[in-house]
Design a protein around this ligand. Sequence first.
Ligand SMILES: NC(=O)c1ccc[n+]([C@@H]2O[C@H](COP(=O)([O-])OP(=O)(O)OC[C@H]3O[C@@H](n4cnc5c(N)ncnc54)[C@H](OP(=O)(O)O)[C@@H]3O)[C@@H](O)[C@H]2O)c1
Length: 220
Amino acid sequence: MRIGIVGAGMIGSTVAKLWVDAGHEVRLASRHPNELKPLIERLGTRASSGTPEEAAQFGDVVMLTVPLTAIPELAQELAPLLGGKVVLDTGNAYAQRDRDIARDATLNPEGSAGWAAAQFPKARWVKAFNTVYYKTLAKEANRQGDRVGIPLAGDDRNALEIAAQLVRDAGFEPVIVGGLARGKEFEPGAKVYNTGMSGQDLRKVFTKQPSPGGEVTPSA
Ligand SMILES: NC(=O)c1ccc[n+]([C@@H]2O[C@H](COP(=O)([O-])OP(=O)(O)OC[C@H]3O[C@@H](n4cnc5c(N)ncnc54)[C@H](OP(=O)(O)O)[C@@H]3O)[C@@H](O)[C@H]2O)c1
């Protein structure tokens, strides 16, 4: 699959390597795409760099992995390009880093992913890869036994399934928690946040706190 990754920092570059290793093609973007050349050389021929616009056009699926403060500006440029596409949002709201935007995003009834998704009205939004520290992602991918779990939330069933497959391809166990609003259950401060819990253990936690219309898939 062709995957655009907007943001080539800790998460973007780590997950890019896992997907390239799994056979996907990735285009990584930042505001300084020329500075990504050494990273692209390390990743090999299935990786390329470009502007955020180029990554958004390239990807059948697009991961947005930037600080929340970048989202309003990126939405102006990318929202028209992302209509109908699956977007994986790794964002977390941190008051120290994101200031007023963190407050707005946290107060949104659908959490920070709902806050971001509202700025890309036609994209098929999935909250993904936001709970696990990037070094854990790099170290624990494809481990033997119970794999590290990646909780997912979104309102589009097909988009969730595509996201779940990409989580598996990266070497982790997807746990579909439910609609986008349930993303609040795995934001900073939540019990499961930054624990590196296995998929099995995550599923136990989410099954104990079901919400109307929500679900936890037994083996997704
Ligand atoms: N680090 C983790 O372990 C971790 C884990 C889970 C979730 N998260 C969340 O995932 C998101 C990304 O985190 P990160 O740690 O990977 O961040 P990071 O290392 O600071 O990287 C951010 C990337 O975004 C790019 N960027 C910033 N503003 C941009 C803009 N306006 N347009 C395009 N690109 C822009 C930066 O490149 P340029 O400056 O060159 O543009 C950089 O490549 C955050 O919301 C974070 O809270 C992080």
